[in-house]
Ligand binder design. Structure first.
Ligand SMILES: Cc1cc2nc3c(=O)[nH]c(=O)nc-3n(C[C@H](O)[C@H](O)[C@H](O)COP(=O)(O)OP(=O)(O)OC[C@H]3O[C@@H](n4cnc5c(N)ncnc54)[C@H](O)[C@@H]3O)c2cc1C
Ligand code: SF4
Length: 447
């Protein structure tokens, strides 16, 4: 798949990937062996019939391909862009044993984009059941649960605390990876299926818990929006952001266009981003687009970076400087950030995660000059609503404890996505939500 040159794309927020042409999609689809026991499907948490949709593309039936995907996934343009296919469907593709696996993600994206341009068809709905379900949170978990429940004939109200639905898809992942018009178009399909989406509704405050529990069933998809901080001196200085706050300001509130929009973001010439996951890459690449010299500090080695390889390569191409085996110990400044003091780390015996344990090297401290420090070291489940629900059990990290079908300890309340797993991926949130929606359906039909 083509991409825009780094020196051009680093100056705007337009999408980096340019997508496949129809000819390229057909040629790629023809590489698929149409395996009788397709291992790729085992790698897909929402169980798309991958060989079937690829076969339609190979025949030039793009609308038919879209219908096959939508039987199991109503958000294909999103998944085709942000799913880590290299460790899921493509990671299991039989062709990968000898050559390059079929580019399933690019094909999924092509089909979804083609359908968006030519007019989309909604999946068929079951007869109305008369049951009402409340869904809290409109990230991939909430959207998937709402779509599945609506498809099964239930009446669904989806509550979202922010002014736009989409969760991390809207406020976290930047537009150059996932254009917002793509997210909006896929969410519009839910409205078309009869789902009522209520934004600016924070369940637990503007919507009382008693109202929530008056529904026949409840699905919680509140995500993991609680940022972690390092707990080092200087974190209260002006110019220190969590990646969540920084990205939300720019992606959702358009702070890059302040004062045209109300929300500002600090104008920094030099930015230090701390972390090594997808969130850190996104924050660093956004900072570059705001014109800052950007340094990413990671405590382990390059090969240990948890972010997707493609996103690391793109951050490098766009001019992000990486410092490996180093960790901040103090943020410097009087009122505002002037620098980040770090120390070198050496890699010792492997830790519980199977990666080498970083240990500080004595006398190795150094300072990176900076006006802004963005911490992207992880985030935990959103605690606000969960604390208000009587009898709901949570784990050590604040995640809601659920069984395999997303059932919590609280009768008719189910949960999936980051609120249950801790920070994970879009497709895992969708897979969990789909299982929970089917369990809710069974419960409602038997009640
Ligand atoms: C910057 C960033 C980049 C990422 N990149 C990728 C990637 O490339 N690929 C990938 O697969 N994953 C990626 N992830 C992870 C992925 O986005 C999450 O795993 C996924 O969004 C989790 O979905 P969710 O529906 O559980 O929660 P979320 O997407 O967090 O949605 C939760 C929603 O619930 C709302 N909410 C919370 N509490 C309430 C309440 N009380 N009342 C009403 N609404 C409420 C929130 O406002 C939010 O909109 C990334 C995450 C971040 C932060
Ligand atoms: S495993 Fe690969 S080759 Fe086989 S059906 Fe799936 S995509 Fe096609």
């Amino acid at each position: 798949m083509g991409e825009r040159p780094a020196d051009e794309r680093v100056r705007d927020f337009s999408e980096v990937d340019t997508g496949l042409s129809a000819e390229e999609a057909v040629t790629e689809a023809q590489r698929c062996l149409q395996c009788k026991k397709p291992s790729c499907v085992k790698g897909c948490p929402v169980e798309i019939d991958i060989p079937a949709f690829i076969a339609r593309i190979a025949e030039g039936d793009f609308a038919g391909a879209a219908q096959v995907i939508k039987e199991n996934n109503l958000l294909p343009a999103i998944c085709g862009r942000v799913c880590p296919q290299e460790v899921q469907c493509e990671g299991q593709c039989i062709l990968g044993l000898k050559e390059v696996p079929v580019r399933i993600g690019e094909l999924e994206r092509f089909v979804a984009d083609h359908e968006r341009k030519t007019g989309s068809r909604l999946p068929p709905k079951a007869e109305p059941t008369g049951k009402k379900v409340a869904v809290v949170g409109s990230g991939p978990a909430g959207l998937t649960a709402a779509a599945e429940l609506a498809r099964l004939g239930h009446s669904v109200v989806l509550f979202e605390s922010l002014h736009e639905p989409g969760g991390v898809l809207m406020y976290g992942i930047p537009g150059f990876r996932l254009p917002k018009e793509v997210v909006r178009a896929e969410i519009d399909q839910l409205r078309g299926m009869g789902v009522t989406i209520l934004t600016n509704h924070l369940v637990g405050t503007s919507v009382p818990v008693s109202e929530l529990l008056s529904y026949d069933a409840v699905f919680l998809g509140c995500g993991a929006g609680l940022p972690h901080f390092m707990g080092i001196p200087g974190e209260n200085l002006n110019g220190v952001y969590s990646a969540n706050e920084f990205l939300t300001r720019v992606n959702l509130m358009h702070a890059d266009r302040f004062p045209e929009f109300d929300t500002p973001v600090r104008h920094a010439g030099r930015v230090v981003v701390v972390g090594g996951g997808n969130v850190a890459m996104d924050a660093a690449r956004v900072a570059r687009r705001l014109g800052a010299r950007t340094t990413l500090v990671y405590r382990r080695r390059k090969e240990d970076l948890p972010a997707r390889r493609a996103e690391i390569a793109r951050a490098e191409e766009e001019g992000v400087t990486f410092i490996f085996c180093a960790s901040p110990v103090r943020i410097l400044g009087e009122q505002c950030v002037t620098g980040v003091e770090c120390e070198r780390m050496e890699m010792c015996a492997t830790d519980a995660s199977g990666r080498p344990e970083p240990v500080p090297v004595e006398g190795s401290r150094f300072v990176i000059d900076a006006d802004m420090c963005i911490q992207a070291i992880g985030q935990g489940p959103n605690p606000l609503l969960v604390r208000m629900l009587p009898g709901i059990r949570t784990g050590r990290r604040g995640n809601v404890i659920v069984d395999e079908e997303g059932r919590t300890d609280l009768g008719k309340v189910f949960a999936a996505g980051d609120i249950a797993t801790g920070a994970a991926t879009v497709i895992l949130a969708m897979g969990g939500a789909k299982r929970a929606a089917r369990a809710i359906d069974r419960m409602l039909r038997n009640s």
